[in-house]
Design a protein around this ligand. Structure first.
Ligand code: NDP
Length: 390
């Protein structure tokens, strides 16, 4: 039996992972499931899958988790240290699906035990890609992509040589507002930004899709995963979300990966890699789909894509500053303090202010320094929001 753990088990990726595990209960020995506020879901899944331990990220929720697990053999734990302890428990395969920079420390801890880390948590690669890669190498661990675009690139590269790759094209649906007049974005509401035309995902990534911050993170993720130059990465708006990525080789050939917009595809590929197993995902009917459209993203509509290029050009810890500011600006948008377009303006302002401190951005990429930059970016974002809102 394969020992597996799922970090962020109560979220959209976590639940899709559990859906696959549940179909083959005898194949997996579940070590740890972790969640945040959704204690009922965490306890229910931990009991059903006979997990060794269930961990909530929030200390204050421990009594509730204990009560929900009462009578079962599942251990209960809470807080950041408990997450790290769970990540250090031996497992053959660990899903990293916590949302945000909070996924970095458990991901690093998991890699230190030499496991295979299925990485959905793109923020950790954006904040500390080199640190994750070096940690994996040092401990003989492997990182497999779970983001659909990066899984698609990974699959298109099977049997290929990276030095023959000319470009990598990742697609973007364009999010909730792709056809809205630019001016209307100013007054876009939380409910409007939280509905995705094609994918069913967590709220934060759905809003990030509407602003293309998600694609900006994915561009940086592409660089970190595949080690290509930023100039080799392109984004194409593809409203149908059926072609997830294309890899262009130096002979002009383009290899693409197509599939229904269902995350169990990429999760299942990472779960069974290097084999392919039957997956419960809809099969594509291209005749029914009819048309596949592609267009270049409008830079005025999606400033986040320009910021990603600037972050990659700057290097160092600017990815952590970018992500921290973006996450905090998103919190303020969700809380109704700032408008939809303000997220990009504020992130750019905070990024510029932190990049003005070379000692900060060029510090060694350690977990401590990444966390410091992340904290400062969040504080600076709060200050800008306070100045704006009075
Ligand atoms: P969700 O918001 O649906 O789930 C996030 C998970 O993380 C939940 O289990 C949540 O717990 C937990 N969590 C939230 N905050 C913390 C914290 N501070 N510490 C520890 N755990 C926490 O997110 P998604 O599943 O949509 O996304 C997860 C990751 O996967 C993100 O990095 C996202 O970018 C990436 N991803 C998602 C895709 C998707 O289709 N959803 C596609 C590709 C990548 P709780 O809910 O119990 O509070």
């Amino acid at each position: 039996m394969r020992k597996i753990s799922i970090f962020g088990a109560t979220g959209s990726i976590g639940q899709n992972t559990i859906d696959l595990i549940r179909r083959q209960p005898d194949a997996y020995d579940v070590v740890a499931l972790t969640g945040g506020h959704n204690i009922a879901q965490l306890a229910q899944d931990a009991i059903e899958l006979r997990a060794e331990i269930a961990v909530t990220a929030h200390d204050a929720r421990l009594p509730e988790l204990r009560a929900a697990l009462a009578g079962s053999a599942v251990e209960a734990a809470a807080g950041p240290e408990a997450l790290l302890e769970a990540a250090s428990r031996p497992a053959d395969w660990i899903m990293s699906a916590i949302v945000g920079a909070a996924g970095l420390a458990p991901g690093l801890k998991a890699l230190e035990q030499g496991t295979t880390l299925a990485l959905a948590n793109k923020e950790s690669l954006v904040c500390a890609g080199a640190l994750l890669m070096q940690t994996a190498e040092r401990h003989g661990a492997r990182i497999l992509p779970v983001d659909s675009e990066h899984s698609a690139v990974f699959q298109a590269l099977v049997g290929e040589r990276l030095d023959e790759v000319e470009r990598i094209i990742i697609t973007a649906s364009g999010g909730a507002f792709r056809d809205w007049p630019l001016e209307a974005l100013r007054t876009a509401t939380l409910a409007q930004a939280s509905s995705h035309p094609n994918w069913d995902m967590g709220q934060r990534i759905t809003i990030d899709s509407a602003s293309m911050f998600n694609k900006a993170l994915e561009v940086i993720e592409t660089r970190e995963f595949f080690g290509v130059d930023p100039s080799q990465i392109e984004v194409l708006v593809h409203p149908q979300s059926l072609v997830h990525a294309l890899v262009g080789f130096r002979d002009g050939a383009l290899m693409s990966h197509l599939g229904a917009p269902d995350m169990r595809h990429a999760i299942g590929y990472a779960l069974h890699w290097p084999e392919r197993k039957t997956l419960p995902v809809p099969r594509l009917d291209l005749a029914a789909a009819g048309q596949l459209e592609f267009r270049a993203p409008d830079p005025n509509r999606y400033p986040a894509l320009r910021l990603a290029q600037e972050v990659m050009a700057r290097g160092g810890l600017s990815g952590a500053a970018f992500n921290g500011a973006k996450e905090q600006a998103l919190d303020h948008f969700i809380a109704g303090r700032i408008g939809f377009l303000d997220m990009a303006t504020i992130t750019e302002q905070v990024l510029a202010s932190l990049e003005a401190h070379p000692g900060l951005i060029d510090a060694a990429m350690t977990l401590e320094n990444v966390t410091r930059v992340d904290d400062l970016a969040r504080q600076a974002t709060d200050q800008v929001v306070t100045q704006r809102t009075g």
